[in-house]
Structure formats: structure tokens, C-alpha cells
Design a protein around this ligand. Structure first.
Ligand SMILES: NC(=O)c1ccc[n+]([C@@H]2O[C@H](COP(=O)([O-])OP(=O)(O)OC[C@H]3O[C@@H](n4cnc5c(N)ncnc54)[C@H](O)[C@@H]3O)[C@@H](O)[C@H]2O)c1
Length: 392
């Protein structure tokens, strides 16, 4: 045989044990499960948790909390009591107390509550965050932390004062593809980054009721894109240029935009291009690309059925559609993000999303919106302290 010379002389049983690639995060989890590693399991006392808001984001976090043996879900606070009966039955919440927000004081005064998860509408965040922190609870808060920079800053100051974590849920940082891309960029694989492109097009179109209280596309959606750009390259931009348009009349009527392009210029010469839309009719389009002096790394869209390629007739190849929306595309990120927060609560980890970073992201989003509304380039100034803080 032409290839018999390539045959291994040693049997695979006599060769070094195969090591799974580090990218296989599911196998890593399996190994942890098989090894019955108890070091982070907090067997003696579960973490007492209360969750505020059981809409889109809240249901995702609830699904992770109820399956987590480290957690005892003590309270659900939501203002639609008609949903409670089904919620309890669906998730098997026999011993969880359900409250409306007017009775939230019960949560704050209960010493068994170690941590509060905030997934209610953005305008309610500041009140829940500050009351939870005042009661010495650790806080996981959906982005944005509050409606504006001043109120977010107040929340972080309070967290510092009471020495409790305030974690902002930038879930994309926990996505295995994006974090692997960032690790490789930070290891210098593409050299100095010349261009980073973040594409984020939402699906399905959110309801107008949601959009009216969302805080607008810049603070509701684009904060994620800005966070990706700054987190990957570890630098703050000094110039912002935005063009935005509303193709959808109902979005125009509420003085918001549905299509936005942003250019960020960084002091080291890196340029970020952010491409954001409220409505993509082919699925939740999420891509990230980094181009540098030594090469390019790209994270493409993921697909639920990713290993099927179809060829029929002469119409070329087709693949399964991309994920429909954020709960499916970032399912693993939401899970890992909550695991990380529970590690933070227990003191096993420092928050991966830091206060100064979310404030910086808010400042950039505000500048981007100003640029869109005025048609002007907006210069951003950072203090020496802000520039020097490690953007890790
Ligand atoms: N990170 C992400 O991927 C992501 C995705 C979606 C939403 N979000 C964020 O999550 C938050 C909620 O958004 P959503 O889309 O889930 O909204 P939603 O409208 O679907 O749900 C909000 C829920 O909060 C409840 N609620 C209202 N006031 C409350 C209060 N004072 N206390 C407790 N519950 C209250 C409502 O009854 C509703 O069930 C927003 O801040 C949004 O920016 C983040």
C-alpha cells in the first residue's frame, strides 16, 4: 500500500493520552461533571436569589437559575400576577415567593437573600439596584445599569461604598466564540489591530411597547457593540461619527432609529465599524471581525444545525438558517455569565465586567447618539485615570 509507510509504529494505547482542544467548552464541563469537583458547589448553603422581572431577559436568567444546584430561588418579583400560576407550574417553583414590585421591601429585608438579579425594564433598574445594595445584596443587573451616566455612576459608587458587587450583564463577553477571538487578538495573533467590525442585526423586530421604554437603540442595543469593540482591543475611542436612519415608520414616530452605522477612532490608529439594525428578516445576525498587521480573525454567525450542507440541482449549496434570536444565539453566554456572577458572589472570581467599563460604554453610546442627531463628529475626552485603567 502506498500509505503503509505512514502507519504508526506504536498502538494508540501506548501513545500519550489525547487532550481535548481548549475550545471544546462542553467537554470541559463534562470533565468537571465526571470528576465531581465540589470546589465551587457550595454544598452547605445555596446562594439565596431574588429575581426582578420575568419578561424576555428575565425568563432566560430564570431558566439558568432554576436548574442551578448552587441557587435557592427565594423570590420572583414581577408586576403581572396573572402569569404567576403558570410560572410556578412550568418551572416547579414550589417554595419561591411571588411578589409585585410594591412589596419588594420584603426582598430587601430578607437576610436569606444574598443576590438580586435585575431583569425588569431599564427605567426601574436604579431603584432596585440601590435598594438591593443598601441591603447588602450582590447585584446582577441587565444592561444598561440605569437610564443615564449619572444614575449608573451613583449605582457603582454605592456598590463601592457597601463593598458589594454590581455586575452589568454584557452577555456577549461570555460567548465562547467571541471570547476565543478576543484571547487570540490579545495574544498578538493578528498583530496590531487596524480595523474591528461588529455587526449586530436584531431579530425578531421588538414590539413598539418595548422600544418606547427601551432607552433607544444606542443605549439598548449598541452598548453591546461598543462593549465588544472596546473589550476586544482594550482601548477607548477619541472620535465618534454616526449615521442613522429610521426605515420603519413606527420607529421614526418614537424618534428612534432602526439602522445605524458608527465609526470609532482610537488613539493607536485602530478604527471600529459598528453596523446595527433593529430588524433583520433572515435571523439574528451577529458577526465580529478583527483585521491587523499579521492577519484576520472572524467570528461568523452560528447555526442551530451547523453540520448540514444541502446541494440540490444547480442552485448551489445551502445551509440551515442562522439562529433566530438572542435567547438561542447567546444561550451558552447567558449560562456562563450567570455562573460567573455566582462565582463573584461566592468570592471565587472578580467581576469580568467592571464599573468603569460600563460607564465608558455609556459615554461612547451617548456621543454616538449625539453624532447621529447632529450630523457632527463628536470628540471624546478621557481623564488620565480613565485612559490608564486596565481594560481587561
Ligand atoms: N442582555 C441581553 O441580551 C438583553 C436582552 C433583552 C433585554 N435586556 C434588558 O433586560 C431588561 C428587561 O428587558 P426585557 O426585554 O426582558 O423586557 P420585558 O418587557 O420583556 O420584561 C420586563 C418584565 O419586568 C416586569 N416589571 C415591570 N416593572 C417591574 C418592577 N418594578 N419590578 C419587577 N418587575 C417589573 C414586567 O412585568 C415584565 O414581565 C432591559 O433592561 C433590557 O435592556 C437585555
Amino acid at each position: 500500500m502506498a500509505t503503509s509507510g505512514f502507519k504508526d509504529t506504536l498502538s494508540p494505547y501506548n501513545q500519550p493520552k489525547q487532550i481535548p482542544p481548549y475550545q471544546d467548552y462542553l467537554y470541559k464541563q463534562y470533565e468537571t461533571d465526571v470528576s465531581l469537583d465540589l470546589s465551587k458547589k457550595d454544598c452547605e448553603k445555596p446562594i439565596g436569589v431574588a429575581i426582578f422581572g420575568l419578561g424576555r431577559a428575565g425568563s432566560i436568567h430564570l431558566s439558568n437559575l432554576v436548574k442551578n444546584p448552587r441557587v435557592q430561588l427565594l423570590y420572583v418579583v414581577d408586576d403581572i400576577p396573572s402569569k404567576w400560576h403558570k410560572m410556578k407550574a412550568y418551572w416547579g417553583l414550589k417554595s419561591t415567593m411571588f411578589l409585585t414590585s410594591k412589596d419588594a421591601a420584603k426582598v430587601y429585608s430578607d437576610v436569606k437573600v444574598d443576590a438580586v438579579v435585575v431583569a425588569s425594564p431599564t427605567f426601574t433598574h436604579e431603584d432596585i439596584v440601590t435598594k438591593s445594595l443598601a441591603a447588602k445584596k450582590s447585584v446582577f443587573c441587565e444592561k444598561p445599569i440605569a437610564e443615564d451616566i449619572e444614575s449608573s455612576t451613583r449605582c457603582y459608587k454605592q456598590a463601592e461604598m457597601v463593598n458589594k458587587p454590581l455586575f452589568s450583564a454584557f452577555n456577549r463577553r461570555f460567548d465562547p466564540s467571541y471570547s476565543a477571538l478576543r484571547d487570540r487578538v490579545r495574544a498578538g495573533e493578528v498583530g496590531h489591530v487596524q480595523m474591528i467590525k461588529v455587526c449586530s442585526r436584531d431579530s425578531p423586530l421588538p414590539s413598539i411597547d418595548y422600544l418606547k421604554m427601551s432607552g433607544g437603540i444606542f443605549h439598548d442595543c449598541i452598548v453591546h457593540d461598543i462593549d465588544m469593540a472596546t473589550w476586544v482591543i482594550g482601548e477607548l475611542p477619541t472620535k465618534v461619527q454616526t449615521t442613522a436612519f429610521s426605515h420603519i415608520p413606527e420607529i421614526k414616530a418614537i424618534n428612534d432609529f432602526d439602522t445605524v452605522a458608527i465609526l470609532l477612532t482610537f488613539p493607536s490608529g485602530t478604527i471600529a465599524m459598528l453596523d446595527n439594525s433593529r430588524h433583520s428578516n433572515y435571523g439574528y445576525d451577529q458577526r465580529l471581525e478583527v483585521f491587523g498587521s499579521k492577519g484576520m480573525i472572524r467570528a461568523d454567525n452560528e447555526r442551530p444545525v451547523h453540520c448540514n450542507e444541502v446541494q440540490l440541482g444547480y442552485s448551489g449549496s445551502s445551509f440551515a438558517p442562522i439562529w433566530f434570536s438572542f435567547p438561542s444565539r447567546y444561550r451558552m453566554a447567558y449560562y456562563l455569565e450567570m455562573e460567573h456572577f455566582l462565582d463573584v458572589v461566592r468570592g471565587y472570581a472578580k467581576p469580568m465586567v467592571q464599573g468603569f467599563q460600563t460607564i465608558a460604554v455609556s459615554k461612547i453610546a451617548t456621543a454616538a447618539e449625539k453624532s447621529a442627531r447632529t450630523g457632527m463628529t463628536v470628540e471624546l475626552k478621557w481623564t488620565e485615570e480613565e485612559r490608564n485603567r486596565k481594560y481587561s
